[in-house]
Design a protein around this ligand. Structure first.
Ligand code: G6P
Length: 367
């Protein structure tokens, strides 16, 4: 069936606003009917029998892997290495026996990711693919393929596939934590309840479109932008920067907040917006001091946070976007929404070709 824009100006906008529905589809697919346990995968993955995970992907899917590393390590106590596929395939790293090799790809056809998968076959204990296109090469050639159920994604800049990848990876991390005895049934059910609330939270975040659109008019005047985040929000800062540069052509970089003083602070001036993605978590105080370093140099801070964070941030912050409170596990997924909307509306304000940005392809099937 032909996919239409359904009244939206761009596929990207349609795909951003589809997220509550597709996320709910993905959650329903992987959870039991009562939402208390994980129905899929069952025992196809032996999480208790592995010592580490090697994750490999490109682009936005790579950023999903970087986020999931925080979850697998913290929840399941599993060390994770994340690589971009083009580096992994030629580095040919050692793969210890009890390694689970995990590949993430929207299209399932990215040449470098497929080559990395072929390298791991026969070396890793198991190869698992997290894909959107179920009949793709990567899905076929892996030992186990897990669908993300995002539906067809047409916009070159990935949006709903990213949040659905994260959702499936969060479920896998919980599965691993439970299988390895790191969380009990009650804790698992608690996390899953939080996950079940995600589509509703995403709806609330989407309602911020009007203020984000206003902000985007200002962002469109910038030549450079810096995104900062800590912990699992660090990869989200990378994703915010990637989305913005891909479709608005504004030079953007994502950094771990703690790295600010090791380089990017040299660029801070009143023309470069610094977008800080920081829910009020146990590291928030550290983020506040990073923001003060920016403000002290005349920088403009756009803070994306929750109610408690907005209150504690201080008066000098240029702009703030306030998201609903969310369980820690789902925060990175929720914070993708304002990053997507900000990139989208900035690109629209600049009049770029949002769905077909110059020089980029939806799927990179050749090297
Ligand atoms: C291209 C696309 C990105 C995507 C990346 C990986 O660069 O423009 O949106 O994240 O490829 O693609 P995959 O299909 O493997 O997720």
């Amino acid at each position: 069936a032909r996919v239409e824009k359904a009244g939206y100006k761009h596929f990207m906008a349609k795909e951003i606003f589809e997220q509550p529905v597709v996320l709910a589809d993905a959650i329903r697919h992987y959870l039991s009917d009562d939402g208390q346990t994980i129905a899929r995968p069952g025992d196809e993955i032996d999480f208790a029998g592995i010592d580490r995970i090697a994750m490999v992907a490109c682009g936005t899917a790579y950023i999903a892997c970087l986020t999931a590393k925080y979850w697998f390590e913290r929840l399941a106590g599993l060390p994770v290495d994340v690589d971009v596929a083009s580096e992994f395939r030629y580095r040919e790293p050692p793969i210890p026996d009890r390694t689970l090799a995990l590949f993430v790809s929207q299209s399932g056809e990215t040449a470098d990711t497929l080559a990395a998968l072929r390298f791991c076959k026969g070396r890793a204990a198991q190869t698992v693919a997290v894909v959107n296109v179920a009949e793709s090469s990567i899905a076929r050639e892996s030992d186990l393929a897990l669908p993300i159920l995002a539906g067809v994604e047409i916009g070159v800049a990935s949006t709903k596939a990213f949040t659905c990848q994260l959702t499936v990876l969060a479920i896998l991390a919980l599965k691993a934590a439970h299988a390895r005895g790191r969380i009990d049934d009650a804790a698992l059910a608690g996390h899953l309840e939080g996950l079940n609330g995600l589509p509703g939270l995403v709806n609330v975040a989407l309602a911020l479109e009007t203020p984000i659109k206003a902000l985007a008019q200002r962002l469109a005047e910038a030549e450079d932008a810096l995104f900062l985040g800590r912990g699992a929000m660090f990869p989200l800062a990378l994703e915010g920067a990637l989305k913005l540069k891909e479709i608005s052509y504004i030079h953007a970089e994502g950094y771990a907040s703690g790295e600010l003083k090791h380089g990017p602070i040299a660029l801070v001036d009143k023309r470069m917006p610094v977008i800080v993605m920081a829910p009020h978590d146990r590291l928030f105080d550290k983020t506040v001091s990073n923001m003060q370093e920016v403000l002290a140099r005349g920088g403009k801070v756009l803070l994306i946070t929750d109610a408690a964070g907005a209150e504690e941030a201080g008066e000098e912050v240029w702009q703030r976007l306030v998201l609903p409170d969310a369980p820690e596990l789902v925060e990175p997924i929720l914070y993708a929404i304002p990053a997507q909307l900000l990139a989208y509306h900035t690109a629209v304000a600049k009049g770029t070709d949002v769905d077909q940005p110059r020089n980029l392809a939806k799927s990179v099937t050749v090297e």
